[in-house]
Write a new protein. Structure first.
Length: 155
């Protein structure tokens, strides 16, 4: 299983960066290879992705979510992956967004892409496009401020 970690500083406050990231259905606007994300309920998402000629559909669960701090997920089926996005306030108008992912590529095309560093490159590009997307807008397209505790934790 490969691990990817990338960070970027975005020129918006932490709440704006976090709120935009929780708008999962907007991911295709800045994530390469993400064709569609459909939010089923507060914690379940259906993804359609493309890597080269291969299209995959899978479901994922948000396993932890805390406003202005973090969003974590894991795949329920399809390519095995999990990750967390954290948001760190650097000052009133700058936020560090860090993505950490573990992914077990499925199939020949994904394995070749992983070995060639394409997934790392894609995540780095996605973060750059997120930065451009949110800085150009200056505000989020929506927000979900609910909390999701890790399984086995919380109240």
């Amino acid at each position: 299983m490969g691990t990817i970690e990338e960070s970027i500083d975005v020129g918006v406050d932490v709440t704006t960066a976090y709120d935009q990231w929780t708008q999962f259905e907007s991911f295709p606007e800045f994530m390469e290879g993400v064709d569609e994300v459909r939010q089923i309920d507060d914690t379940h998402l259906h993804w359609v992705t493309s890597v080269g000629p291969v299209t995959r559909e899978f479901d994922a669960t948000v396993t932890e979510q805390h406003p202005d701090e973090r969003v974590a997920w894991k795949s329920d089926d399809g390519p095995e992956h999990a990750g967390v996005v954290t948001f760190h306030r650097l000052d009133d108008q700058v936020t560090k967004v860090t993505v950490q992912m573990s992914i077990d590529p499925e199939g020949f095309v994904e394995n070749v892409g992983d070995k060639a560093g394409i997934l790392d490159h894609r995540v780095k590009g996605d973060l750059k496009r997120f930065k451009e997307f949110i800085e150009k807008r200056g505000s989020e397209t929506g927000a979900w401020r609910g909390d999701v505790d890790q399984p086995g934790q919380g109240a």
